[in-house]
Structures are given as C-alpha cells and as structure tokens.
Design a protein. Structure first.
Length: 365
C-alpha cells in the first residue's frame, strides 16, 4: 500500500503531526511519501531515510495557492498513491484535494474556536467551512481526534457519514531533540514549575489560569508558572503577570522544539484550562514526558484524563487552583506522571492508532 501525507502548514503542531503520520505509516511497512511547504520548520534529512519527501513552493498569495496545489498534484501523480491523507485544512489543501479522488481528510477542530479574526481571516475561514461540507461528501475517510469530535461532526454534518468517520487518538507528536533553555529564564525557573504551552487564544482561557494561579500564590508564594506561546493577552491579565513577575514568566513568542523539550522536562505539570476543545496535542506530549495534566471538563480533553490518576479534571478556577495546590506534592507528581506514561503507552500509541485508520480505509475493521 502506498500512502501520501500532505501538509500545507509551515510550522507548529500540524507539521509535527504530519511527520508522525509519515513515520507511523512507514513503520507499518507501507510505502510512504510526505509533502511539505518549502518554508516548513522541519529537518527533512532524517525523514528522507523513512520514505519519499517532497516540497512545494509556498510563497503567499491566492494565485500562488493554486500554483502550490498544482505542484502538490504533480508530486502525487508521480508517486501514484493508493491513499492520500490531507492532514490540515487550508486554501492550498482544499485546492489540492479537489483534484483527488477519494481523499482522506483530517479535521482537527470540528467547531470554530473563540478567536478574534480579521475580516480577511474570517473570509478565509468561511470559505474553508463551505468547502469542508463538499470535502466530507467526497472523502473516502474522515479522521477526527476524539470521540467528542466524532459526535460533533455527525451532529453537524449528518449521520449518513457515520461509516466513513474514524477516530485517531493523538499520541505525542513533538520530535525528539536536544533541550534548549529559553533565554528569558533564570535559575529561579530551573524546574518544578507549572506549564501552559501553546498558541494563546481566547478559548484557551489564559486569563482564567492567571487568576487561579495568582489566588494560589496567596497561600503558596513559592509556586511558579510559565506561560509559553505566541498570541494576544488581555491588558488586565498582563498587569497581573507583571505584578507577580517573580512567580510568572511569559514567553509570548514561538517556542522551538528544543525549548519545548526543556520546558516539558522541567515542568511539574501542564495546564489546559480551555473553555472548549475537541482535542489537544499538548496532552499526549505531557504524558510522554511523564507529566500530570490539569484540564478543564471540556469533553474533548477530559476523555483523555483519568481524574485523580493521570491528572485532574476541574470545573472552574477554584478547582484549577486546588489542583495546582495538590500538585505541589512531589510524590503525587511522580505517581501521576508514571500513570500518565502507562496510559499513553496503552491508549495513545500513535503507530498502533494509525494502523487502525489504515484498517478502516481498507475495510478491515
């Protein structure tokens, strides 16, 4: 079986996800190809030992988006795959998959998140939503990342697609690399801090996290928090962060893979206080580093947490502060971290879960 993986995003979690799919397909003995944008933040050399690696010109602009789609199509034609996996939803991927018969499409977020959008971004988003319905109708398989996302998809687009929807439970998709200390950190943050990692958007509730952590500091002044990721933060939240500058460090920028490795190794636990979600790649990465997780009770997160065993599921800021307070106990952190590793090994084995997707595609399930 020949499988092509198409990624049209140049950095972040989507690039890691495409790499992981490509490696897993090859590990399963399939003939694999991956296509990346030319500017993608990825080291291609190690991937070339796994299978065929191709790049396309990804200069910006609507007209070039269709040029990119033609380039992708030419790579696919040369490889002649049995299955084509479009791992993201962009204008470029929409144009490329329109020329493909029976593509496999991956939908990471079924419903739109609470984010601020420019008029241009809103127009692009609406175009993609309109295209999604057509793409689902044409796809041989639609892949989502949680049971919650599957239920949302079927509610929104109709039960008639039930037999073509698969769930790929996310494994850790961050690549192995050497740890790199973020230059903003000093000796006070050598380890034992709580960590929020990821793009900072309204639905991820950084504001609520900062309020909960500042309340914890009244009883636990030695606690530490790192917020790492780019994105806009409300001014009143920035004031609280500045007020507690000895206890909270904000790395409001793109975080490299090496820096992420350092932060995960030094973290006491990771925090996902999201207002809503259908999945998160941060959660399995945390488990892979042996870190407990604290999540909101959003179904797309809580279905991956054994409450009180691999972490805590909380309902509000009071619960979030209480969970952090409990996780100042080193022994509890160790036990939960070990439980998280075991859970991930059993439930979030990425290669094993990709094998299930391939079985679904081949009608073997």
């Amino acid at each position: 079986m020949r499988v092509a993986v198409v990624c049209t995003v140049s950095d972040g979690g989507m690039v890691h996800f495409a790499q992981s799919c490509f490696r897993a397909i090859a590990e399963l003995g399939k003939d694999a190809m991956v296509i990346f944008p030319q500017r993608a933040a990825v080291d291609l050399k190690p991937l070339e030992a796994v299978g065929r690696v191709c790049v396309y010109d990804d200069r910006r602009g609507i007209s070039n988006g269709f040029t990119a789609a033609r380039s992708i199509a030419s790579h696919l034609e040369a490889f002649s795959p049995d299955s084509i996996w479009f791992t993201d939803e962009t204008i470029t991927s929409a144009a490329a998959r329109a020329a493909c018969d029976d593509p496999v499409i991956f939908i990471h977020d079924v419903r739109p998140h609470l984010v601020k959008m420019s008029v241009k971004s809103r127009l692009r988003f609406l175009c993609l939503l309109m295209d999604r319905r057509r793409a689902i109708a044409r796809a041989s398989r639609v892949v989502v990342m949680s049971n919650t996302a599957r239920d949302d998809l079927l509610t929104q687009y109709g039960d008639r697609f039930y037999d073509r929807v698969s769930v790929l439970r996310l494994g850790a998709t961050a690549p192995n690399c050497s740890a790199l200390v973020p230059p903003e950190l000093d000796e006070a943050f050598d380890g034992g801090f709580f960590l929020f990692f990821g793009a900072i958007e309204k639905y991820k509730n950084v504001e609520g996290l900062v309020r909960a952590f500042s309340s914890l500091l009244t009883e636990r002044p030695f606690a530490r928090l790192i917020i790492a990721g780019r994105g806009a933060i409300e001014e009143k939240t920035l004031r609280i962060i500045k007020q507690h500058h000895r206890s909270i460090v904000l790395l409001n920028r793109y975080i490299s893979d090496g820096e992420l490795a350092y932060l995960m190794m030094g973290a006491r636990a990771t925090l996902l206080p999201y207002l809503e979600a259908t999945q998160s790649g941060v959660l399995p990465i945390s488990y892979s580093f042996g870190k407990p997780v604290v999540t909101s009770d959003a179904p797309g997160l809580s279905e991956f947490v054994v409450d009180g065993v691999t972490g805590f599921v909380v309902k509000d800021e009071v619960g979030l502060a209480a969970a952090m307070d409990k996780l100042l106990d080193d022994d509890l952190v160790r036990r939960m971290g070990e439980a998280g590793r075991a859970y991930a090994k059993h439930e979030l084995d990425f290669t094993g879960n990709v094998a299930k997707i391939i079985s679904d595609i081949n009608g073997e399930s």
